[in-house]
Design a protein around this ligand. Structure first.
Ligand code: PBG
Length: 331
């Protein structure tokens, strides 16, 4: 008979009971640090399902009210609004039109929720352009960085005036944070904050989102979004945005970029958020539908991993449902 020496060190001691595990848990989730992304579609009276995102819908201007009210009641910290317009053009005109869907939705939501939840808007052009790019194009069909900045400045003023408290700059143009900050300050919107999607990677995980906003993209976004292989560049982008005046910086997607998130979290002096994007949502939902994964546990684990890596806040399509679970306890 062999006899193994008795271990001197026993980490299992602290895993023995639920109470002990709870006591020593390093990463807790709180509904207040979650943000719910919400789609609002022009010209519909009923919420429309999104095939590739089961459980997520394109809201009508009416149904969005209940969704944000429910999120606020569950303790969710913020909502991020996206608009799905009926018509698009080359320069994304409906983004700057006060009667464009996103701006109308922002007013409706801001009126509905008051201060109960932070109202945020996606500041980009891809939902509004007919070519699907996040900027305007030059004569050769390339995304024109500096012309796009002017467009973002115009959009920022309309969104701020509509009641958005935190503008989510997701277009990955160079200089976008500085440009928008300058426009806001020049118009007296000194209190409107900027969330910079700083380290936004050219990801396959945005696939279902394109469905959600019905965007058809000509080409790809690799000339402005980051190469998935680049870690250092993610940190650099975040540092540039902080320098330009970002109030919060973000890493996106979250799950495949936890190293970048940890780097940014270690270096940032402003809050760091992560976006658990549409594809990350759909992957878990699809596996759960097949019975291949425990849905609730997988959702909690995925968001917890993002928090553990250093995110102070998480945008997730499960925000309201997760907030409900957190009240019941995560075990
Ligand atoms: C750009 C934007 C995108 C997402 C959020 N803002 C799409 C893209 O860059 O292709 C993706 C979010 C998601 O996939 O959940 N307006």
């Amino acid at each position: 008979m062999t006899s193994a020496p008795a271990p001197r060190v026993r980490p299992r001691r602290l895993r023995e009971t639920p109470a002990l595990r709870r006591l020593v848990s390093e990463t807790r989730l709180d509904p207040a640090e979650l943000v719910l992304p919400v789609f609002v579609r022009e010209g519909v009276t009923e919420p429309m399902p999104i095939a590739s995102m089961p459980g997520v819908v394109q809201h009508s201007l009416d149904s969005v009210k209940q969704t944000v009210t429910d999120a606020a009641a569950a303790g969710v910290g913020g909502v991020m609004l996206f608009g799905v317009p009926e018509t698009r053009d080359a320069t994304g005109s409906c983004g700057v039109d006060p009667n464009g869907i996103l701006n109308v939705a922002t007013r409706v939501v801001a009126d509905e929720v008051g201060d109960a939840i932070v109202v945020q808007t996606d500041l980009c052009l891809d939902e509004f352009t007919d070519h699907g790019h996040c900027g305007v194009l030059d004569a050769l069909g390339r995304v024109d960085n500096d012309a796009t900045l002017e467009r973002y400045q115009e959009i920022a003023l309309v969104q701020a005036a509509s009641g958005s408290q935190l503008l989510g700059l997701s277009g990955m143009m160079d200089g976008q944070v500085a440009a928008v900050r300058e426009a806001l300050d020049g118009a007296g919107f000194t209190h409107t904050a900027i969330l910079a999607y700083s380290a936004k990677y050219a990801s396959a995980y945005y696939g279902p989102f394109r469905d959600a906003v019905e965007s058809t993209l000509e080409g790809d976004r690799r000339s402005y979004q980051l190469d998935p292989g680049n870690r250092r560049e993610g940190l650099r982008e975040a540092m540039i945005d902080i320098d330009e005046g970002a109030d919060i910086v973000m890493v996106k997607p979250a799950g495949s970029y936890l190293d970048v998130l940890a780097d940014v979290a270690a270096a940032s002096e402003v809050p760091v958020w992560a976006y658990q994007v549409s594809g990350e949502y759909s992957v878990i939902e699809a596996a759960a539908m097949h019975g291949w994964i425990d849905r609730r546990r997988a959702v909690i684990e995925s968001v917890r991993g993002i928090r553990r890596a250093g995110a102070d806040g998480v945008l997730t399509y499960w925000a309201t449902e997760l907030a409900g679970w957190l009240r019941e306890g995560t075990e």
